[in-house]
Ligand binder design. Structure first.
Ligand code: SF4
Length: 329
């Protein structure tokens, strides 16, 4: 198993203006010491409520924003501290698929030109045959030659996501970071896009970091899952182990939020109450303690480190062996 991406102790704090006029600026720890590996050919799911820092991680990995500290090694090369000139050829190997493809597609460009552009920018095609290559990519994602000369507004949400995927694939990346790629789509279209992503992974040997707030989607897509809460990873293991027996109460609550066919099974549910706390002022000790039904005094003062609780199953919880009593299903 080759490691394509190695992330160690990644940190990013934003300084935000307070809400009231004259209020002091607040330091928001968006990513607070995150470490994980991504193996070649696998799909790692990064899951958590909105605001937990998962999209910030995506941007840090691509160096769209600069980390405060930590290490990101991609294919053996350290990206943190690398000059933009050194970074440019590596960016080709790391592509992103966005939640809302429409906002990332130039409305004045024909679809064939949108897909052709990265081929030309990175010198992967010449002007004579770039159109043929772009059309072949459109075929790969399930669009037809007839659609090549249309504009983005003439397509449905699912088709626009296919265009975004074709553009990402154009530069033959090794790693694709998919940030909520199906959240904005109708339920009926989601399965099609997920199937497409899985087919392309097999065809092109892609490695995916799949970001989602929905464990229901992650289950169908990912080999391993990292669960995030307030800027930290609180559980990390294989998808199979996570869904069979979570070791963190937050994961248990997220799993209980996934709709089940039999509502009668809901009586012992752990339901999350309240909003995710502000990362500008996180709770003391374990950040999850105000929402956690397993919490005790220790949890209010001591932050639990991410530890291996079972072979290959990591969780940050003082009482992880007790987790499961609210589990549905
Ligand atoms: Fe809950 Fe305590 Fe575990 Fe945190 S450490 S998840 S508060 S039981």
């Amino acid at each position: 198993m080759t490691t394509l991406l190695e992330v160690r102790d990644l940190r990013k704090t934003f300084s935000l203006q307070g809400r009231r006029p004259g209020a002091p600026r607040q330091a928001v720890r968006a990513v607070d010491g995150v470490s994980f590996d991504l193996h070649s050919g696998e799909t790692l799911g990064l899951v958590g409520e909105s605001g937990c820092g998962k999209s910030t991680i995506a941007r840090l990995l691509l160096r769209l924003i600069e980390p405060d500290s930590g290490s990101v090694r991609f294919d053996g090369r350290e990206l943190v501290g690398m000059s933009h000139r050194e970074l440019t050829p590596l960016r080709r190997e790391m592509q992103m698929i966005f939640q809302d493809p429409y906002s990332s597609l130039n409305p004045r460009q024909k679809v064939v030109d949108i897909v052709a552009e990265p081929l030309l920018v990175h010198g992967l095609a010449n002007r004579r045959d770039v159109r043929a290559q772009a059309i072949e990519l459109l075929h790969t994602v399930g669009l037809s030659t007839d659609q090549a000369d249309r504009y983005p507004h003439e397509f449905s949400g699912g088709q626009r996501q296919r265009i975004g995927i074709a553009r990402a694939l154009a530069v033959r990346p090794k790693l694709v970071i998919a940030d909520e790629p199906v959240s904005a789509l109708d339920l009926s279209i989601r399965a099609q896009i997920i199937n497409l992503l899985q087919d392309l992974q097999e065809q092109f040997g892609l490695t995916y970091l799949f970001i989602s707030h929905d464990l229901g989607i992650i289950e169908h897509v990912c080999t391993r899952v990292a669960v995030m809460y307030l800027g930290r990873i609180v559980e990390l293991t294989t998808a199979e182990a996570l869904y069979a027996a979570p070791h963190h109460p937050y994961t248990e609550a997220l799993l209980n939020a996934v709709p089940v066919p039999d509502p009668q099974r809901g009586h012992a549910r752990l339901i999350l109450h309240g909003e995710i706390p502000s990362a500008a002022n996180p709770p003391s000790g374990c950040h999850f303690h105000p929402r956690c039904p397993y919490a005790r005094e220790l949890c209010k003062t001591d932050y639990p480190e991410l530890k291996e609780q079972a072979p290959g199953h990591f969780a940050a919880c003082h009482f992880s062996s007790e987790v499961g009593k609210y589990r549905v299903g």
